[in-house]
Design a protein around this ligand. Sequence first.
Ligand code: FAD
Ligand code: NAI
Length: 471
Amino acid sequence: MADNYDFDVLFIGSGPGGYVGAIRAAQLGLKTACVESRETLGGTCLNVGCIPSKAMLHASEFYDAAANGMMAKMGVDVTPKLNLPVMHDQRRDAVKQLTGGIEYLFKKNKVTWIKGFASFVDAHTVKVGDATYSAKEVVIATGSSVTPLPGVDVDNDKGVVVDSTGALELAAVPKHMVVIGGGVIGLELGSVWRRLGAKVTVVEFLDQLLPGMDGDIRKEAAKVFAKQGMELKLSTKVTGVAVKGKTATLTLEPSAGGAAETLKADCVLVSIGRRPNTEGLGLENIGLETNKRGQIEIDGEFRTSVAGVRAIGDVVPGPMLAHKAEDEGIAVAEWIAGQTGIVNHDVIPGVVYTWPEMAGVGLTEEAALEKAGGDKAAIKVGKFPMLANSRAKTNHEPDGFVKVIADAQTDRVLGVWAIASVAGTMIAEAALGMEFGATSEDIAYTCHAHPTHSEAIKEAAMAVRGKPIHM
Ligand code: FAD
Ligand code: NAI
């Protein structure tokens, strides 16, 4: 036991940041605790985020393939019948198995799970219920929760105005779902219910969907979702939602101002972003302040401005992604154990798990250009359409492309973006290449198995340097 503390390290929060960090810390020989206020471990990701949303996306994709004629195209004639309770059960089962798996891993690695809500008494002591626990180092891994829309009351139990958690649990397919916010959650969960038969309207404040992604991806995304039957109202803001019984009436206005219109829906999904969880944590007791966005600022070793207190995951600046939180969890544990923990924040892939998937890693073309001071000759871009990829074509998956952005002088890959049925899997190759400082030539001369979607990455890299073969 370190210096008379109860623990060497105590993590607050058991999401992908906290649970992974706690396991790594224990593996490194540190006496470790993890406090979690939920009934189960795994945080947002396992309980109400990544895992249940992917369970619904995967299941609804089967239904859609049968309903939209995709299966018939391949000679499989079926008329699908939706069994929503079973679909929900398999989702709950996935969550149960995975959260239970973390409990098993905690036991196996001797991580102490403290149940309850933690708040700081001082930098080395937290209070959980009536008990207090001390640790030499405390890591804040409290994650994030839904950003509310002022004046709009979410009531997940009623199912009319819901957030992502409510949208995973709907007991019936809505007739008309209006999604407020055309970001990752709105498009993933909007896709689930569109596939299952809902009319879906997405209201997005900006002039394109998916802020943060490459401009070409954002433009193509709008085309793809419109083709699938989603109604997109871009450059539009929601100024109010009135609920009467089971009907919501939304008031919309052009983002730049102008005449208002109304829209009726039996389900409204509020998905306008997430904000860091720091309320009730007692940060004032240790003199730790948050920045303007409510995040906890950290240095390269995840140290906050208060000695002995570090922070990781959604509660600190950077993309709010599970794998980023996990890598930070491992790295923070390594620093605490006296090692060097590395996370390359320039190479964090992002994936939207719609159909097709949309993924990227590194700089967008816009950001690369900005970094080059607007000098178009400083970057080279190669693109290859999935329509010309033999596997995508064979699988009846014509939408999308791969785009490789490279430094014109060094040929080093700066960013890779893809829309393809399996873009989320394909992007791992680009991340690995970038981590090793790959040039577009390295990727173009790497043998890719045929026939795979990944050949499109090779051909896009060839396009950076001249011409691909199949176009
Ligand atoms: P969290 O997972 O939010 O965990 C924090 C935990 O801390 C929570 O369990 C909370 O109960 C607990 N806690 C908070 N305060 C206290 C306290 N004071 N005391 C004790 N416990 C406390 N990311 C991806 O990379 N891929 C995806 O496919 C993906 N899909 C998503 C789908 C949805 C619908 C949502 C909402 C999010 C999704 N995300 C996805 C984002 C991902 O869930 C988060 O980035 C990730 O969970 C962040 O991990 P974290 O450990 O920082 O925090
Ligand atoms: P988001 O930030 O991705 O998108 C929110 C969208 O709402 C933006 O496009 C924004 O312009 C728009 N918006 C904001 N206010 C608005 C208003 N008043 N009216 C209309 N539009 C408005 O946030 P989202 O989708 O809620 O997701 C939160 C976080 O969860 C994301 O940061 C993401 O990283 C993470 N997540 C990741 C997933 C993945 O990796 N596949 C899946 C789901 C969530």
